[in-house]
Design a binder for this molecule. Structure first.
Ligand code: HEM
Ligand code: HEM
Length: 178
């Protein structure tokens, strides 16, 4: 039930998958909204604080997801999947996992590049560990921007593939993640 079987994902993998998916998609929305605000807008500080704390939550959940994946068996692909489909699915999953780490880490670098710690829900702070640097900040902003909108595009392709397997191929791939 909790663990994956050779036929389907277990509760832990499913919960982590859907939490990560919802948080990442919401953070793209909050990020897009927040960079359109000015410093004097009412929501500027609140949106940024929520964005950072939820973003660090993604980092923690992504580490848990990777640890769980490494210690679990993966449900086998249905026999109807061709070799290229298997490689494409596995490649896409690895890319999504890489971006789950790159996006929050680059966000941390943007936020701390002026020497300020990152507050997590008024609970604790993650200190700024890197040297204060405008060049580092500019590079991190570029990485954060492309990786965040890039994961949005990839997730849309990934979801489209899942829906195609469900409605057209009817091979049960979506059901085993639900
Ligand atoms: C999966 C997690 C995250 C996603 C999907 C995400 C997504 C985004 C997006 C879409 C933007 C707007 C980019 C633009 O249009 O210019 C943005 C901006 C920003 N994010 Fe994130 N973010 C995440 C995590 C984080 C974390 C953990 C932090 C900091 C601790 C952070 C700090 C920032 C900052 C400071 C900006 C504004 C950058 C600027 O001034 O251009 N983000 N984020
Ligand atoms: C930002 C959003 C998302 C991310 C980052 C993401 C990431 C991932 C990753 C890394 C896996 C591989 C799991 C593993 O190997 O342990 C996976 C599997 C899966 N995802 Fe997503 N996903 C997202 C959104 C969605 C959405 C919206 C859907 C459906 C409409 C979906 C459906 C699935 C399904 C069905 C699988 C299982 C595929 C299989 O059985 O091999 N995902 N996802």
């Amino acid at each position: 039930m909790l663990r994956n079987s050779s036929e389907r994902y277990g509760l832990v993998a499913k919960t982590l998958h859907w939490l990560l998916a919802m948080l990442i998609l919401s953070l793209i929305g909050i990020g897009y909204y927040m960079v359109g605000l000015t410093y004097f807008d009412r929501w500027y500080n609140a949106a940024l604080a929520w964005h950072k704390a939820l973003g660090i939550t993604v980092l923690a959940l992504a580490v848990a997801f990777i640890g769980w994946k490494a210690s679990s068996i993966a449900p086998a692909y249905p026999a109807s999947l061709s070799a290229w489909q298997r490689s494409a699915a596995t490649g896409m999953h690895h890319l999504l996992i890489l971006l789950m780490l790159v996006i929050p880490i680059s966000g941390y670098v943007v936020s701390t590049s002026a020497g300020k710690a990152v507050g997590i829900f008024n609970w604790f702070e993650i200190p700024a560990l890197l040297p204060v640097s405008d060049a580092l900040r500019d590079a991190a902003i570029r990485v954060h921007f492309w990786a965040a909108y890039g994961v949005g595009v990839l997730a849309a392709g990934h979801a489209a593939a899942a829906l195609k397997h469900h409605f057209i191929d009817k091979d049960g791939i979506l059901k085993r993640m639900l």
